[in-house]
Design a protein around this ligand. Structure first.
Ligand code: IYR
Length: 337
């Protein structure tokens, strides 16, 4: 796979394609990042963007993981001391998941976001951004029902992070899109206090997984079922077994199954196939024997045609996910020992 394919596979969108093509031409020394509000334990949403970071490392980029402690504080995720403690638990889990330790830089937001220049730049953005715009940028990120002043400062700081970390590409789930658009519009108009370049950077957005149990709406770490590094092999099997994964879908029918997403297929596509050369679905001889898939499309086609039964697909998915999660589970066990 060439660099452009590695960058864009499974990406919902890149902004702009032209800028990303230029990056793909020369990844050497270029910096890409994802920022995470520290939560202590990685869940499958973190793993999806981490898979993209692994793609980018394979393409030759330097990866920065921002442990966004100040942002988590602004989003009411606990006291600052609590957040710092949970952040420390995340680094080793990312490495256990497969990020290359030699090509990954972990940065805490508080290492630079409390510096005078950064704070003054935040204030400059506060002056130039309307309340309405900042609030809209936060719609899909904000925790809690009522917007606080902190929720308006949050996206402005995130827009600035891309400048202060000298990044060449900002990566995030599709829920980060409006913050990235704010970055692209507001940053080039800044006077700016620092020596960093106040230029808009390209952005890449990964899909958001559908709700595991229903396929309706988005999977969330705060409600519904999610899969995390803490899950045992049995937990994973049970959760995947209960996931929404309809058998064959008749494209002519308008039954509600056609309007739902299939989270089992999504996890195969975004988290499993990028990490394995092939997926083997084990079946007893009497049911046709093992099936082997070199790519996501052939597995999805077999599920659609009925050749692959949902129960067999789920069994295989649980096994592959467990293989991806097992090293992180071990890290958590050691941290808690
Ligand atoms: N908004 C992210 C956290 C975050 C991401 C980046 I990229 C930053 O520069 C700062 C914060 C979230 O929703 O988790």
């Amino acid at each position: 796979m060439d660099a452009y394919e590695l960058i864009t596979r499974n990406a919902t969108e890149v902004v702009t394609d032209e800028e990303v093509r230029a990056l793909a031409d020369d990844p050497e020394g270029k910096r890409v990042y994802v920022g995470y509000e520290p939560s202590g334990v990685l869940h499958i949403g973190h793993m999806l963007t981490a898979t993209k970071l692994i793609d980018l490392q394979e393409a030759g980029f330097e990866v920065v993981v921002l442990l966004a402690d100040v942002h988590a504080y602004l989003n009411d995720k606990g006291t600052f001391a609590e957040i710092r403690e949970t952040a420390e638990r995340m680094r080793d889990q990312f490495l256990a998941y497969g990020l290359d330790a030699d090509a990954t830089e972990f940065v805490y937001g508080s290492e630079f976001q409390l510096d005078e220049e950064y704070v003054l730049d935040t204030h400059e953005l506060e002056v130039s951004t309307t309340l309405n715009r900042a609030q809209r940028a936060m719609a899909e990120i904000q925790g809690g029902d009522t917007a606080k002043v902190s929720h308006l400062v949050y996206p402005l700081m995130q827009a600035l992070d891309i400048v202060y970390l000298d990044l060449d590409l900002a990566v995030g789930g599709l829920d980060q899109r409006k913050v990235h658009m704010l970055h692209r519009e507001q940053i080039p108009a800044m006077d700016g206090e620092s020596d960093h370049a106040y230029e808009a950077r390209p952005c890449l957005h990964t899909p958001i997984l559908a709700d595991l149990d229903t396929g309706v709406g988005k999977m969330s770490s705060s409600s519904g079922t999610t899969i995390s590094m803490e899950d045992s092999e049995a937990d994973i099997a049970e959760k995947i077994n209960g996931a929404f994964c309809p058998p064959t879908r008749d494209p002519e029918s308008d039954d509600e199954g056609n309007e739902r997403e299939n989270p089992v297929l999504e996890i195969f596509e975004y988290s499993v196939f990028p990490r394995f050369d092939a997926v083997v679905v084990e079946r007893p001889e009497e049911y046709g024997g093992d099936l082997e898939y070199d790519d996501y499309e052939s597995l999805a086609a077999d599920l659609e045609s009925g050749e692959l039964h949902p129960a067999d697909a789920k069994g295989a998915l649980a096994d592959y996910l467990n293989e991806l999660i097992a090293p992180g589970r071990e890290v958590l066990r050691e941290l808690d020992a």
